[in-house]
Write a protein that binds this ligand. Structure first.
Ligand code: FE2
Ligand code: FE2
Length: 217
């Protein structure tokens, strides 16, 4: 667990606890439904951050942003795939579909402005969100492995995506998805650690190795 070190981190952690409380209230132990709805939210931050850094690179007409743009867009794509796996496992009801539409409108707007003004806090918050996702998927995995939730066949789309064995089960899928969430947590906490202030962030995004290499975009 990445311990909060300053006000920015505490704010990010408080927001995470607040969102976790909402998720716990709505879904309790219905992990399949929880995964479907939360993955629709998880696909937002990478796209927002990737777009904003892309636009910054265009405005500044400078290289060095490519690695982070690609990483953030890949995160968004990966989260969208998580949604596609879990939609095969839990079909959302009408209320959950409404919730997804409302949550996308609210969260997308909130995160867009949060990232413009406080990119460091934004990455920290997503790092904490991802830590929570790892916990939730671990709880889900425990239920499946203990037999409380049926360990059904993994959907074909997930088997193809992760190159799993053809008889792979839900437990294999959850383990693979959890590994992705661990990676997202590490990446976002890392970005938060390396951003010093919103004023300096132009420079902090630059990866010196990338600038030195031939690939400069
Ligand atoms: Fe995810
Ligand atoms: Fe994630």
């Amino acid at each position: 667990m990445n311990k909060p070190k300053n006000f920015s981190d505490f704010f990010a952690l408080s927001m995470t606890k607040f969102f976790r409380l909402i998720a716990d209230t709505f879904f309790a132990k219905r992990y399949g439904h929880r995964a479907v709805v939360l993955e629709t939210i998880a696909g937002v931050p990478g796209m927002v951050a990737g777009m904003l850094i892309h636009l910054r690179s265009l405005r500044s007409m400078q290289t060095g942003y490519g690695e982070q743009i690609r990483e953030m867009l890949a995160e968004a794509e990966n989260e969208r795939m998580h949604l596609m796996f879990f939609i095969e496992i839990a079909k959302p009801n009408a209320f959950e579909r409404f919730l997804v539409i409302a949550a996308q409108g609210v969260f997308m707007t909130f995160y867009l402005f949060m990232y413009i003004f406080f990119p460091k806090t934004s990455h920290r918050m997503i790092g904490y969100f991802e830590d929570e996702a790892v916990k939730s998927y671990t709880e889900y995995l425990n239920l499946v492995e203990s037999g409380k939730v049926m360990n059904i066949r993994a959907p074909k789309i997930a088997i193809d995506y992760y190159n799993l064995h053809k008889d792979a089960q839900l437990s294999d899928l959850i383990t693979s998805v959890r590994a992705d969430e661990m990676h997202h947590a590490e990446v976002n906490h890392n970005y938060a650690d390396n951003l010093n202030s919103s004023k300096e962030h132009n420079h902090n995004y630059k990866n010196p190795k990338e600038l030195d290499s031939k690939e400069v975009a």
